[in-house]
Design a binder for this molecule. Structure first.
Ligand SMILES: *Cc1c(COP(=O)(O)O)cnc(C)c1O
Length: 461
């Protein structure tokens, strides 16, 4: 199994190389040369299996000979052992034909744990083998940073630095980043907003001497390993509702197009998915693009579902690659146009996207109303991202069972939930002392040289 760039101008890599590299040298994203398929019988056999068994079957064809079967099984087991629910991704019924896939039972209470916990295991195995030591730097609006810290804390050959915008993450998110005691964890509160943090990260990757000097590695949502881990729960949930013997639809709250793209891969692999519904908040670039065929950047307006407040949806490039029939040059041309503000998708590619995805958006009022209604009518307390999902899903309910992805635990966004319902959702018992733990954080200015110096000093220790 080899991986190629969506822009067609970078060398093909193995799974291990694609995972450790992240972004391709031509600026593109890695995708598998061909998407492996699972036979009807193989999918049917998943009925009643554990999440870990299904994970092995789904991901094994993608990893080539990077790990042996035994190694890979052991990594999967370790990755999900710390989850607070034996089913890992349990399904809850909301209405006769509407189900909620709870993806928030991992250590940081958001779906990013599914990918990050496994990435932590895979990085560690690869680094132990090569004897290398790396520095992971991530920028976060909250959930990615805590998930990365949780995955890499205490590992021998990794230092993890997370840049988050000072004063702009929720208290739970901040505490999850600042309370781990391991000395390889470094939480950096930067002056500025999330876009400033991302720009700083980009500058670090573009500075060759810094990048090579500290052996910089990234685990942001374009990393193929993360997308792959997210394919699994589409299979586990659909099979528990009767796939492959019947079709299932999914609604996915998304901003960066990572989670919904994993659903697209599941469908390519042979899972009978009817609709893939993209649900956005008021920052609706994906919904507008699917409605109009034109992708135009606008400013981000902060919302109560902050993990989807995104202007440039990085994983959308992967969908474009398939829409253009694998024509890397066409994707590269569109991405060039994006630098000057936007691009128009060609007629054929647009038709492909329309046939593959549908979409909807939820305003702030609709999101709050959904949190309130779903508590009153369905007994479910939803986080604001999941509320965006169920609101959009309602327009697509029909004869086919609909699964809406619940991407975070309501206790991670207590203010929005409290404003909508008057209830302050408690943290699960296993992390109830989060508010009592000591915090350790370094405040940094939005200054490349200062941050680069700090990182070099810390890893020299
Ligand atoms: C990251 C995140 C999302 C959006 O995920 P995408 O990668 O953009 O699909 C949605 N909800 C929560 C809680 C998140 O942390």
């Amino acid at each position: 199994m080899r991986y190629i760039s969506t822009r067609g101008g970078a060398p093909a890599l193995t799974f291990e190389q694609a995972m450790m590299t992240g972004l391709a040298t031509d600026g593109g994203l890695y995708v598998p040369e061909t998407v492996p398929t699972l036979a009807h019988d193989q999918i049917a056999a998943m009925a009643g299996q554990s999440y870990e068994q299904i994970a092995f079957t789904v991901m094994r064809p993608f990893i080539g000979d990077t790990f042996t079967d035994d190694e890979f099984r052991a990594m999967i087991d370790r990755a999900y052992a710390g989850f607070g629910h034996d089913a890992r991704a349990p399904l809850v019924q909301l209405a006769p034909n509407h189900f909620l896939l709870e993806l928030f039972h991992g250590p940081t209470l958001a779906f990013k744990d599914f990918a990050m916990q496994l990435i932590g295991q895979m990085f560690q195995a690869a680094l132990t083998r090569s004897g290398e030591r790396i520095t992971i730097v991530g920028a976060t609006s909250g959930d990615t940073g805590s998930a990365a810290i949780e995955a890499f804390r205490g590992l021998d050959n990794v230092d993890v630095f997370i840049l988050f915008p000072h004063g702009r993450v929720s208290e739970v998110q901040r505490r999850q980043m600042t309370t781990p005691v391991e000395t390889n964890v470094h939480a950096l509160a930067m002056d500025g907003d999330f876009d400033d943090c991302q720009a700083m990260l980009k500058d670090m990757f573009n500075d060759t001497s810094f990048r090579d000097g500290v052996r910089l590695a990234g685990v942001n949502s374009i990393n193929w390993g993360r997308v792959l881990a997210q394919v699994v729960y589409y299979f586990s949930s659909a099979v528990s509702l009767g796939a492959p013997h019947r079709e299932i639809s999914f609604t996915v709250p998304t901003g960066n197009f990572g989670d919904i793209f994993a659903g697209y891969i599941a469908k390519q692999m042979g899972l009978p998915i009817a609709d893939l519904v993209v649900a956005t908040n008021q920052n609706d670039i994906l919904h507008r693009t699917l409605e109009t065929g034109t992708y135009t950047k606008e400013g981000v307006t902060p919302s109560i579902s902050p993990s989807m407040d995104i202007q440039v949806s990085s994983n959308f490039e992967r969908a474009l690659f398939y829409a253009y029939g694998g024509d890397g040059a066409a994707v590269a041309a569109q991405m060039d146009d994006l630098k000057s503000g936007g691009f128009k998708i060609s007629q054929g590619a647009y038709q492909y996207l329309r046939d593959t995805f549908t979409s909807g958006r939820a305003s702030e009022e609709e999101t709050s109303a959904a949190i309130k209604t779903y508590l009153a009518k369905h007994g479910e307390l939803l986080c604001p991202h999941s509320a965006v999902g169920v609101h959009v899903a309602e327009d697509h309910l029909g004869a086919t069972p609909m699964i809406t992805l619940a991407t975070a635990h309501p206790a991670k966004f207590p203010d929005a939930v409290n404003a909508a319902t008057g209830i302050k959702p408690p943290l699960p018992p296993r992390m109830a002392d989060l508010y009592d733990r000591d915090e350790r954080v370094t405040r940094v200015a939005n200054d490349f040289d200062a941050i680069a110096t700090l990182i070099k000093e810390r890893i020299a220790l």
